[in-house]
Ligand binder design. Structure first.
Ligand code: SF4
Length: 310
């Protein structure tokens, strides 16, 4: 599969079947916390990157193969999914084949555009990002394409929220010394009050970020978050549950997952050891791929992660 991955475990979405219509690191942001590495195709222009028929075919195959053993179909992946010009057609295709809810995880930068709103209106859940309460911090954290303006994004959220009948869940990435002061969090809350999402998820950078100086906030942030956001959905923890793979080619399947999702060693072991190789063989294969510079080991927050080598 080139465009579909998982199902993968997700803290918010249970088991999520991922659809990725965007080439690796094609994005209009260059977030300091991005777990996928540096943005290599920095663009805000929407287009079709791949033949739609190929994606349709994989959507159909994967939905049939997984026989409903997933909770959500999620458009997400290795770039910003709303940059796909035919996202709406893909959403409708998935809805035609499956009754599972459709979710789009987006940075929200293009939500102010009518064509993007039209594409997203048929989904069931939208998870846009809001990491900063003003333009200055937005530029520091998300490092957007010059065509993307903060106030336009906020207005886009406010307007879309009113039109959209599905669930609108905002995600905030909170990072130590960057946006974790009460003052900065209050500024974000002011925007949240205007947008009125159904829910807020507070994330911390649990996987290795693009910039090594990005850190998880101290535990004493929790009362401040409680104070500012009141009823929010808690700080996220490493996800539980198993990943799924389609085929038996270890290297191909591992790269498909790592392209979208750096994995802890125990997640790789759990996903692959019973399928094609035992644990020692698996470690040997990981080390071989690392010596060929195809993947790399990263220690972050006292945990070992494997990522694709950029
Ligand atoms: S975190 Fe998302 S929005 Fe930010 S650079 Fe990475 S892919 Fe783009």
């Amino acid at each position: 599969m080139k465009y579909i991955y998982g199902p993968v475990p997700s803290r918010r979405l249970g088991r999520s079947l991922g659809i990725d219509p965007i080439p690796s690191k094609t994005c209009d942001y260059q977030c300091i916390y991005c777990q996928l590495g540096k943005t290599t195709n920095f663009t805000s222009e929407r287009k079709n990157f791949y033949p739609l028929e190929e994606i349709y075919e994989e959507i159909e195959q994967s939905i049939n193969k997984n026989k409903g053993e997933f909770d959500y179909i999620t458009f997400v992946g290795s770039g910003e999914p709303t940059l796909c010009k035919s996202l709406g057609k893909l959403i409708l295709k998935a809805k035609e084949i499956s009754k599972k809810p459709i979710c789009v995880i987006t940075n929200g930068s293009l939500l102010y555009q009518d064509d993007v709103k039209d594409d997203l209106i048929f989904s069931d859940v939208i998870l846009p990002t809001l990491d900063a309460g003003d333009e200055k911090l937005f530029i520091k954290i998300n490092r957007p394409h010059p065509s993307i303006k903060y106030e336009k994004i906020i207005q886009g959220y406010i307007d879309f929220r009113k039109e959209f009948s599905g669930k609108f869940w905002i995600e905030i990435m909170v990072m130590k010394g960057i946006n974790d002061s009460k003052e900065e969090l209050m500024k974000i809350k002011e925007k949240i009050d205007l947008i009125k999402p159904d829910r807020i998820d507070i994330n911390v950078p649990i996987r290795p970020p693009t910039e090594s100086w990005v850190k998880i906030p101290d535990q004493n942030i929790i009362p401040i978050l409680n104070d500012v956001f009141g009823e929010y959905n808690n700080i996220n923890f490493p996800e539980q549950g198993t990943f799924s793979v389609f085929g038996s080619n270890f290297e191909k399947e591992l790269k498909t997952l790592l392209e979208r999702h750096p994995m802890r060693l125990e997640q790789i072991t759990e996903t692959f050891s019973s399928k094609t190789v035992n644990e020692q063989d698996l470690l040997d294969q990981l080390n071989t791929l690392a010596s060929q510079n195809k993947i790399k080991k990263v220690i972050y927050n006292n945990q070992t992660f494997w990522k694709l080598s950029n």
